[in-house]
Ligand binder design. Structure first.
Ligand code: NAP
Length: 294
């Protein structure tokens, strides 16, 4: 029988903890942590994500500011906004909602954010610090997965972890974090990607599989061994005539065939997804307390 990893419940518990810490911070005379988000254009998914982040800030007692810029904003004007927030002592964390319109250089924008305020953990300074094991803002999805592994007590030391996907925001940081000399960590990690040969032969050796490739139902029961712990990061939205909204979310794992063989498994939705925003809140709290960069 497997343990279902409940990201919704865990994220609610963490939000409660953060709310308590914000109250304590305010009682000791500090202002509330303050997260700023820059949203360029009117992309529906980006609007939804930013609204969810604003709501989450309110729920835990953070201040939040959203700066809306038009789709055709000049890169220099966007960078000026970033620099203004960098210099604003009343703002602790800054995120620029991605993706940006094509005429804007995402990497340049990310690198303009002060590493001390880069609560998304995308700045090369934070990525580099994470790689060599220095205190760093760790990007929200990998940080959320680590927290689930920790809170559910999934053993990692000496275990073989197979990460499917090598993106900068999920697969790559995940593989580095789990190979670190830390707890959770100390895994033997294999990273798979679209050029990997005989992927199933590799996933069958895994004690832990982290599926982050973005292909609905990709990992099937015959690709894993008995007792595997499975973290499903994928979110694919497919049309459905069975839901009111007309679409349904699918993970990268074929839950029906994989769950019976697993020791732990995350559902989609309700697994990794809810942990992402809470990790962003946690990073903002760390920024407000100056815990990463002293
Ligand atoms: P991405 O940038 O598209 O990267 C996908 C990775 O999967 C790439 O490294 C790619 O290999 C690899 N891949 C693609 N097809 C493959 C195959 N058939 N076999 C093996 N590897 C394959 O995606 P991402 O941003 O990492 O996101 C991955 C998934 O997680 C998406 O569904 C996304 O929506 C979801 N996601 C969820 C959250 C959350 O909060 N739950 C957060 C972020 C992302 P190559 O490098 O060779 O192209």
């Amino acid at each position: 029988m497997y343990t279902l990893i409940d990201g919704k419940k865990t994220s609610a518990e963490i939000r409660e903890e953060i709310r308590g810490e914000v109250e304590a911070l305010k009682k000791s005379g500090h202002r509330a942590p303050h997260l700023a988000a820059i949203l360029v254009g009117h992309d529906g998914a980006s609007e939804t994500y930013v609204a969810a982040k604003e709501r989450a800030c309110r729920e835990v007692g953070f201040d939040s500011t959203v700066i809306r810029l038009e789709e055709d904003v000049r890169e220099e004007d966007l960078l000026d906004q970033v620099r203004r927030i960098n210099g604003d002592p009343a703002i602790d964390g800054l995120i620029v909602q991605l993706p940006l319109p094509e005429h804007l250089d995402e990497q340049k924008v990310i690198e303009t954010i002060l590493p001390e305020k880069d609560v998304d953990g995308f700045h090369p300074v934070n990525v580099g610090r994470m790689v060599i094991g220095l205190p760093a803002f760790i990007s929200a999805t990998p940080a959320g997965i680590l927290e689930l592994i920790k809170r559910y007590g999934i053993p990692t030391e000496g275990r073989h972890c197979v990460v499917i996907g090598r993106s900068n925001i999920v697969g790559k940081p995940m593989s580095i974090l789990l190979a670190r000399k830390a707890d959770p960590g100390n895994c033997t990690v294999t990273v798979c990607h679209s050029r990997t040969r005989d992927l199933a032969a590799i996933t069958r050796q895994a004690d832990i599989v982290i599926a982050a490739l973005g292909k609905a139902g990709f990992l099937k029961g015959d690709m894993v061994k008995e007792g595997v712990a499975v973290i499903d990061v994928g979110i694919t939205r497919l049309p459905s005539d069975k839901t009111k909204s007309g679409w349904k979310l699918y993970g990268d794992v074929d839950f029906e065939t994989v769950a019976p063989k697993s020791s732990y498994i995350t559902p989609v939705p309700g697994g990794v997804g809810p942990m992402t925003i809470v990790s962003l809140l946690k990073n903002t709290l760390l920024a407000a307390r100056k815990e990463i960069y002293r």
